[in-house]
Design a protein around this ligand. Structure first.
Ligand code: KG4
Ligand code: ZN
Length: 364
Protein backbone atom coordinates (compact mmCIF):
# COMPACT_ATOMS: atom_id res chain seq x y z
CA UNK A 1 0.00 0.00 0.00
CA UNK A 2 1.23 3.50 -0.81
CA UNK A 3 2.10 5.75 2.11
CA UNK A 4 -0.37 8.64 2.51
CA UNK A 5 1.04 12.02 1.48
CA UNK A 6 0.20 15.42 2.95
CA UNK A 7 0.16 18.25 0.41
CA UNK A 8 -0.25 21.99 0.69
CA UNK A 9 -2.22 23.33 -2.30
CA UNK A 10 -2.27 26.92 -3.56
CA UNK A 11 -4.77 28.40 -6.06
CA UNK A 12 -4.94 31.97 -7.39
CA UNK A 13 -5.80 31.74 -11.08
CA UNK A 14 -8.98 33.85 -11.16
CA UNK A 15 -10.77 35.69 -8.35
CA UNK A 16 -10.41 33.28 -5.42
CA UNK A 17 -7.28 33.19 -3.28
CA UNK A 18 -7.10 29.71 -1.78
CA UNK A 19 -4.88 27.35 0.19
CA UNK A 20 -5.64 23.88 1.48
CA UNK A 21 -4.08 20.83 3.08
CA UNK A 22 -5.08 17.40 1.75
CA UNK A 23 -3.82 14.02 2.95
CA UNK A 24 -4.10 10.62 1.34
CA UNK A 25 -3.26 8.41 -1.62
CA UNK A 26 -4.60 8.67 -5.19
CA UNK A 27 -8.35 8.04 -5.14
CA UNK A 28 -8.58 8.09 -1.34
CA UNK A 29 -7.98 11.53 0.10
CA UNK A 30 -9.17 13.66 3.00
CA UNK A 31 -9.38 17.44 3.09
CA UNK A 32 -7.74 18.61 6.33
CA UNK A 33 -8.41 22.29 5.60
CA UNK A 34 -9.58 24.51 2.75
CA UNK A 35 -9.39 28.30 2.97
CA UNK A 36 -10.94 30.43 0.19
CA UNK A 37 -10.90 34.24 0.10
CA UNK A 38 -13.32 35.39 -2.61
CA UNK A 39 -12.98 38.79 -4.28
CA UNK A 40 -16.58 39.40 -5.34
CA UNK A 41 -16.89 42.71 -3.49
CA UNK A 42 -13.61 44.06 -4.95
CA UNK A 43 -14.85 43.61 -8.52
CA UNK A 44 -18.58 44.24 -7.98
CA UNK A 45 -18.68 47.83 -9.22
CA UNK A 46 -16.75 46.96 -12.41
CA UNK A 47 -19.20 44.34 -13.67
CA UNK A 48 -16.50 41.67 -14.00
CA UNK A 49 -13.13 40.52 -12.70
CA UNK A 50 -10.45 43.23 -13.14
CA UNK A 51 -7.13 41.37 -13.61
CA UNK A 52 -4.94 44.01 -11.94
CA UNK A 53 -7.19 44.23 -8.86
CA UNK A 54 -7.33 40.42 -8.70
CA UNK A 55 -3.53 40.12 -8.86
CA UNK A 56 -3.02 42.64 -6.05
CA UNK A 57 -5.61 40.94 -3.85
CA UNK A 58 -3.94 37.56 -4.41
CA UNK A 59 -0.54 38.99 -3.51
CA UNK A 60 -2.03 40.40 -0.28
CA UNK A 61 -3.95 37.31 0.78
CA UNK A 62 -1.85 34.34 -0.29
CA UNK A 63 0.27 34.39 2.86
CA UNK A 64 -2.74 34.53 5.23
CA UNK A 65 -4.43 31.79 3.21
CA UNK A 66 -1.43 29.48 3.58
CA UNK A 67 -1.01 30.21 7.30
CA UNK A 68 -4.76 29.70 7.84
CA UNK A 69 -4.82 26.41 5.92
CA UNK A 70 -1.85 25.01 7.87
CA UNK A 71 -3.31 26.15 11.22
CA UNK A 72 -6.77 24.73 10.52
CA UNK A 73 -5.24 21.43 9.43
CA UNK A 74 -2.99 21.34 12.51
CA UNK A 75 -0.05 20.65 10.20
CA UNK A 76 3.32 22.45 10.32
CA UNK A 77 4.90 23.51 7.04
CA UNK A 78 7.83 21.25 7.94
CA UNK A 79 5.44 18.26 7.93
CA UNK A 80 3.97 18.62 4.42
CA UNK A 81 5.39 16.26 1.80
CA UNK A 82 5.13 18.67 -1.13
CA UNK A 83 3.64 21.96 -2.33
CA UNK A 84 1.22 21.93 -5.29
CA UNK A 85 0.34 25.19 -7.02
CA UNK A 86 -1.85 26.20 -9.97
CA UNK A 87 0.59 27.22 -12.73
CA UNK A 88 -2.08 27.93 -15.40
CA UNK A 89 -4.34 28.58 -17.17
CA UNK A 90 -5.70 31.80 -15.71
CA UNK A 91 -5.24 35.53 -15.25
CA UNK A 92 -1.49 35.78 -15.39
CA UNK A 93 -0.96 38.22 -12.50
CA UNK A 94 -2.79 35.89 -10.13
CA UNK A 95 -1.08 32.76 -11.40
CA UNK A 96 2.34 34.42 -11.06
CA UNK A 97 1.52 35.42 -7.45
CA UNK A 98 0.68 31.83 -6.52
CA UNK A 99 3.66 30.31 -8.32
CA UNK A 100 6.06 32.78 -6.68
CA UNK A 101 4.58 32.03 -3.27
CA UNK A 102 4.97 28.28 -3.82
CA UNK A 103 8.53 28.67 -5.12
CA UNK A 104 9.45 30.75 -2.08
CA UNK A 105 8.02 28.13 0.29
CA UNK A 106 9.73 25.33 -1.60
CA UNK A 107 13.10 27.12 -1.66
CA UNK A 108 12.91 27.92 2.05
CA UNK A 109 11.87 24.43 3.19
CA UNK A 110 13.36 22.14 0.55
CA UNK A 111 9.89 20.64 -0.06
CA UNK A 112 9.22 19.40 -3.61
CA UNK A 113 7.24 21.77 -5.84
CA UNK A 114 4.51 20.58 -8.24
CA UNK A 115 2.91 22.90 -10.80
CA UNK A 116 -0.68 21.77 -11.43
CA UNK A 117 -2.98 22.62 -14.35
CA UNK A 118 -6.07 24.33 -12.88
CA UNK A 119 -8.29 22.34 -15.26
CA UNK A 120 -6.77 19.06 -14.03
CA UNK A 121 -7.69 20.20 -10.53
CA UNK A 122 -11.36 20.58 -11.58
CA UNK A 123 -11.30 17.42 -13.70
CA UNK A 124 -9.87 15.29 -10.88
CA UNK A 125 -12.34 16.59 -8.26
CA UNK A 126 -14.51 13.42 -8.45
CA UNK A 127 -11.44 11.46 -7.26
CA UNK A 128 -11.19 13.74 -4.22
CA UNK A 129 -14.90 13.88 -3.40
CA UNK A 130 -15.89 10.27 -4.16
CA UNK A 131 -12.83 8.27 -5.23
CA UNK A 132 -14.40 7.71 -8.67
CA UNK A 133 -12.25 5.18 -10.60
CA UNK A 134 -10.71 5.98 -14.01
CA UNK A 135 -11.91 6.28 -16.70
CA UNK A 136 -14.84 8.67 -16.28
CA UNK A 137 -16.53 11.30 -18.38
CA UNK A 138 -16.25 14.87 -17.15
CA UNK A 139 -18.13 18.02 -18.14
CA UNK A 140 -16.10 20.96 -16.91
CA UNK A 141 -18.25 24.11 -16.87
CA UNK A 142 -16.95 27.29 -15.27
CA UNK A 143 -16.46 31.00 -15.82
CA UNK A 144 -13.52 30.45 -18.15
CA UNK A 145 -13.93 26.89 -19.39
CA UNK A 146 -16.33 24.45 -20.95
CA UNK A 147 -15.23 21.04 -22.16
CA UNK A 148 -16.09 17.36 -22.24
CA UNK A 149 -13.16 15.23 -21.18
CA UNK A 150 -12.51 11.56 -20.71
CA UNK A 151 -10.29 11.30 -17.64
CA UNK A 152 -8.13 8.25 -18.39
CA UNK A 153 -5.66 8.93 -15.58
CA UNK A 154 -4.33 11.71 -13.32
CA UNK A 155 -2.43 13.31 -16.20
CA UNK A 156 -4.25 11.89 -19.23
CA UNK A 157 -7.34 13.68 -20.46
CA UNK A 158 -9.00 13.29 -23.82
CA UNK A 159 -11.02 16.28 -25.01
CA UNK A 160 -14.22 15.31 -26.83
CA UNK A 161 -15.36 18.89 -27.45
CA UNK A 162 -16.05 22.20 -25.83
CA UNK A 163 -17.12 25.76 -26.39
CA UNK A 164 -15.89 27.50 -29.51
CA UNK A 165 -16.42 30.96 -27.96
CA UNK A 166 -17.69 31.96 -24.50
CA UNK A 167 -17.72 29.69 -21.48
CA UNK A 168 -21.18 29.21 -19.91
CA UNK A 169 -20.22 31.02 -16.68
CA UNK A 170 -19.00 33.95 -18.76
CA UNK A 171 -22.37 33.94 -20.58
CA UNK A 172 -24.25 33.89 -17.24
CA UNK A 173 -22.13 36.84 -16.04
CA UNK A 174 -22.66 38.85 -19.25
CA UNK A 175 -26.40 38.13 -19.37
CA UNK A 176 -26.75 39.20 -15.71
CA UNK A 177 -25.16 42.53 -16.67
CA UNK A 178 -27.44 42.90 -19.72
CA UNK A 179 -30.63 42.44 -17.74
CA UNK A 180 -29.60 44.50 -14.71
CA UNK A 181 -28.61 41.79 -12.23
CA UNK A 182 -25.50 41.76 -10.02
CA UNK A 183 -22.25 39.77 -10.19
CA UNK A 184 -21.34 36.96 -10.13
CA UNK A 185 -24.07 36.47 -12.71
CA UNK A 186 -24.66 32.72 -12.31
CA UNK A 187 -26.28 32.78 -8.86
CA UNK A 188 -28.10 36.07 -9.68
CA UNK A 189 -29.61 34.66 -12.90
CA UNK A 190 -30.54 31.41 -11.15
CA UNK A 191 -32.32 33.32 -8.35
CA UNK A 192 -34.20 35.59 -10.81
CA UNK A 193 -35.15 32.60 -12.98
CA UNK A 194 -37.05 30.99 -10.08
CA UNK A 195 -40.06 33.22 -10.72
CA UNK A 196 -39.61 33.37 -14.50
CA UNK A 197 -41.15 31.58 -17.47
CA UNK A 198 -38.46 29.55 -19.31
CA UNK A 199 -40.68 29.34 -22.42
CA UNK A 200 -41.45 33.04 -22.89
CA UNK A 201 -38.40 33.71 -25.09
CA UNK A 202 -37.39 31.15 -27.75
CA UNK A 203 -33.63 31.57 -27.44
CA UNK A 204 -31.37 29.55 -29.79
CA UNK A 205 -29.53 26.33 -28.89
CA UNK A 206 -26.39 27.04 -30.97
CA UNK A 207 -24.66 24.09 -32.73
CA UNK A 208 -27.47 21.75 -31.61
CA UNK A 209 -27.73 20.09 -35.01
CA UNK A 210 -24.01 20.06 -35.71
CA UNK A 211 -22.35 16.67 -35.09
CA UNK A 212 -19.82 16.38 -32.29
CA UNK A 213 -19.64 17.77 -28.78
CA UNK A 214 -18.77 21.42 -29.43
CA UNK A 215 -20.85 24.20 -27.91
CA UNK A 216 -21.30 27.91 -28.45
CA UNK A 217 -22.78 30.55 -26.15
CA UNK A 218 -21.99 33.92 -27.70
CA UNK A 219 -25.00 33.90 -30.11
CA UNK A 220 -27.28 33.08 -27.19
CA UNK A 221 -25.97 36.10 -25.34
CA UNK A 222 -26.66 38.28 -28.39
CA UNK A 223 -30.22 36.88 -28.57
CA UNK A 224 -30.79 37.94 -24.95
CA UNK A 225 -29.46 41.42 -25.81
CA UNK A 226 -31.90 41.70 -28.74
CA UNK A 227 -34.86 40.54 -26.63
CA UNK A 228 -33.94 43.04 -23.93
CA UNK A 229 -33.58 45.86 -26.47
CA UNK A 230 -36.93 44.95 -27.99
CA UNK A 231 -38.65 45.17 -24.60
CA UNK A 232 -36.92 48.45 -23.73
CA UNK A 233 -37.85 49.97 -27.10
CA UNK A 234 -41.48 48.85 -26.79
CA UNK A 235 -42.22 49.67 -23.16
CA UNK A 236 -39.41 51.98 -22.05
CA UNK A 237 -37.67 49.52 -19.67
CA UNK A 238 -37.76 46.09 -18.06
CA UNK A 239 -40.36 45.00 -15.50
CA UNK A 240 -39.27 42.56 -12.78
CA UNK A 241 -41.25 39.84 -14.57
CA UNK A 242 -39.39 40.53 -17.84
CA UNK A 243 -36.10 40.19 -16.01
CA UNK A 244 -37.20 36.89 -14.48
CA UNK A 245 -38.50 35.55 -17.81
CA UNK A 246 -35.29 36.55 -19.65
CA UNK A 247 -33.22 34.87 -16.92
CA UNK A 248 -35.34 31.68 -16.96
CA UNK A 249 -35.39 31.42 -20.77
CA UNK A 250 -31.64 31.99 -21.00
CA UNK A 251 -30.88 29.49 -18.23
CA UNK A 252 -33.06 26.85 -19.93
CA UNK A 253 -31.25 27.42 -23.25
CA UNK A 254 -27.86 26.86 -21.55
CA UNK A 255 -29.13 23.78 -19.69
CA UNK A 256 -30.66 22.34 -22.89
CA UNK A 257 -27.47 22.93 -24.88
CA UNK A 258 -25.33 21.27 -22.22
CA UNK A 259 -27.77 18.37 -21.89
CA UNK A 260 -27.94 17.79 -25.66
CA UNK A 261 -24.18 17.67 -26.05
CA UNK A 262 -23.85 15.52 -22.90
CA UNK A 263 -26.00 12.89 -24.62
CA UNK A 264 -23.58 13.00 -27.55
CA UNK A 265 -20.54 12.85 -25.28
CA UNK A 266 -21.97 9.80 -23.49
CA UNK A 267 -22.59 8.13 -26.87
CA UNK A 268 -19.06 8.95 -28.02
CA UNK A 269 -17.64 7.65 -24.77
CA UNK A 270 -19.46 4.33 -25.17
CA UNK A 271 -17.98 3.98 -28.68
CA UNK A 272 -14.46 4.55 -27.35
CA UNK A 273 -14.63 2.54 -24.15
CA UNK A 274 -16.66 -0.52 -23.17
CA UNK A 275 -16.73 0.46 -19.48
CA UNK A 276 -19.90 2.30 -18.39
CA UNK A 277 -18.55 5.62 -17.14
CA UNK A 278 -19.57 7.79 -14.27
CA UNK A 279 -20.64 11.13 -15.74
CA UNK A 280 -19.18 13.87 -13.56
CA UNK A 281 -19.62 17.61 -13.63
CA UNK A 282 -17.31 20.24 -12.11
CA UNK A 283 -16.70 24.01 -12.22
CA UNK A 284 -18.76 26.90 -10.86
CA UNK A 285 -21.68 26.51 -13.30
CA UNK A 286 -22.21 23.00 -11.88
CA UNK A 287 -23.73 24.82 -8.89
CA UNK A 288 -26.82 25.56 -11.02
CA UNK A 289 -29.71 23.30 -10.01
CA UNK A 290 -31.59 23.48 -13.34
CA UNK A 291 -28.42 22.41 -15.14
CA UNK A 292 -27.65 19.67 -12.61
CA UNK A 293 -31.20 18.30 -12.82
CA UNK A 294 -31.15 18.14 -16.61
CA UNK A 295 -27.72 16.49 -16.69
CA UNK A 296 -28.93 13.95 -14.15
CA UNK A 297 -31.91 13.14 -16.40
CA UNK A 298 -29.64 12.71 -19.43
CA UNK A 299 -27.37 10.45 -17.40
CA UNK A 300 -30.26 8.30 -16.20
CA UNK A 301 -31.46 7.84 -19.81
CA UNK A 302 -27.99 6.58 -20.71
CA UNK A 303 -27.94 4.25 -17.65
CA UNK A 304 -24.96 6.14 -16.30
CA UNK A 305 -24.24 7.21 -12.74
CA UNK A 306 -24.23 11.00 -12.40
CA UNK A 307 -21.96 12.72 -9.93
CA UNK A 308 -21.87 16.39 -9.01
CA UNK A 309 -19.35 17.07 -6.22
CA UNK A 310 -20.34 19.39 -3.33
CA UNK A 311 -20.62 23.04 -4.36
CA UNK A 312 -17.54 24.04 -2.34
CA UNK A 313 -15.48 21.69 -4.53
CA UNK A 314 -17.18 22.74 -7.79
CA UNK A 315 -16.07 26.36 -7.54
CA UNK A 316 -12.39 27.35 -7.38
CA UNK A 317 -10.54 25.99 -4.34
CA UNK A 318 -7.06 24.78 -3.44
CA UNK A 319 -8.07 21.35 -2.12
CA UNK A 320 -8.53 20.22 -5.75
CA UNK A 321 -4.99 21.45 -6.52
CA UNK A 322 -3.44 19.61 -3.55
CA UNK A 323 -5.46 16.50 -4.53
CA UNK A 324 -4.27 16.72 -8.16
CA UNK A 325 -0.72 16.95 -6.75
CA UNK A 326 -1.25 13.73 -4.76
CA UNK A 327 -2.65 12.04 -7.89
CA UNK A 328 0.22 13.17 -10.14
CA UNK A 329 3.21 12.83 -7.80
CA UNK A 330 3.75 9.11 -8.49
CA UNK A 331 3.82 9.84 -12.22
CA UNK A 332 6.34 12.64 -12.57
CA UNK A 333 9.34 14.32 -10.98
CA UNK A 334 8.86 17.60 -9.12
CA UNK A 335 9.20 20.91 -10.94
CA UNK A 336 12.21 23.10 -10.34
CA UNK A 337 12.56 26.86 -9.98
CA UNK A 338 12.08 27.13 -13.74
CA UNK A 339 8.33 26.46 -13.28
CA UNK A 340 6.53 29.18 -15.19
CA UNK A 341 3.04 30.65 -14.89
CA UNK A 342 0.99 30.16 -18.07
CA UNK A 343 -2.11 32.11 -19.13
CA UNK A 344 -3.10 29.28 -21.51
CA UNK A 345 -2.51 25.63 -20.77
CA UNK A 346 -4.70 23.08 -22.59
CA UNK A 347 -5.29 19.79 -20.79
CA UNK A 348 -5.35 17.63 -23.89
CA UNK A 349 -2.38 18.66 -26.01
CA UNK A 350 -3.04 15.85 -28.53
CA UNK A 351 -6.44 16.99 -29.80
CA UNK A 352 -6.65 19.14 -32.92
CA UNK A 353 -6.82 22.94 -32.48
CA UNK A 354 -10.37 24.21 -32.60
CA UNK A 355 -11.81 26.72 -35.02
CA UNK A 356 -12.25 30.04 -33.29
CA UNK A 357 -9.78 29.16 -30.57
CA UNK A 358 -7.18 31.71 -31.64
CA UNK A 359 -3.51 31.31 -32.40
CA UNK A 360 -2.53 30.46 -28.87
CA UNK A 361 -4.99 27.61 -28.39
CA UNK A 362 -8.41 27.08 -26.94
CA UNK A 363 -9.57 29.87 -24.67
CA UNK A 364 -12.05 27.82 -22.73
O1 KG4 B 1 -15.18 27.43 -11.37
P1 KG4 B 1 -15.37 28.88 -10.99
O2 KG4 B 1 -15.48 29.21 -9.52
O3 KG4 B 1 -14.23 29.76 -11.56
C1 KG4 B 1 -13.65 29.56 -12.81
O4 KG4 B 1 -12.66 28.77 -12.91
O5 KG4 B 1 -14.19 30.15 -13.78
O6 KG4 B 1 -16.69 29.37 -11.79
C2 KG4 B 1 -17.19 30.70 -11.66
C3 KG4 B 1 -18.34 30.85 -12.64
C4 KG4 B 1 -18.89 32.27 -12.73
O7 KG4 B 1 -19.00 32.64 -14.09
C5 KG4 B 1 -20.25 32.17 -12.07
O8 KG4 B 1 -21.21 33.09 -12.59
C6 KG4 B 1 -20.64 30.75 -12.38
O9 KG4 B 1 -19.44 30.01 -12.24
N1 KG4 B 1 -21.64 30.26 -11.43
C7 KG4 B 1 -22.89 29.87 -11.81
C8 KG4 B 1 -23.58 29.57 -10.60
N2 KG4 B 1 -22.72 29.75 -9.54
C9 KG4 B 1 -21.53 30.17 -10.08
N3 KG4 B 1 -23.46 29.77 -13.02
C10 KG4 B 1 -24.75 29.38 -13.07
N4 KG4 B 1 -25.49 29.09 -11.97
C11 KG4 B 1 -24.94 29.17 -10.72
N5 KG4 B 1 -25.69 28.89 -9.64
ZN1 ZN C 1 -11.95 27.11 -12.07
Amino acid sequence: MTTPLTLLGIESSCDDTAAAVVRGVPGDMEILSSVVFGQTELHASFGGVVPEIAARAHAERLDVSVVGALEQAGVALADVDAIAVTCGPGLIGGVVSGVMMAKGLSAATGKPLYGVNHLAGHALTPRLSDGVPFPYLMLLVSGGHCQFLIAHGPDRFERLGGTIDDAPGEAFDKVARLIGLGQPGGPAVEAAAKTGDPKRFAFPRPLRDKPGCDLSFSGLKTAVLRARDGLVAGQGGLHAQDQADLAASFQMAVADSLAGKSTRALQRYSELSPAVPTFCVAGGVAANMTIRDLLETVSASANTTFLAPPLSLCTDNAAMIAAAGIEQMPLRPPDDMGLSARPRMPLDTQSAAMLGSGKKGAKA
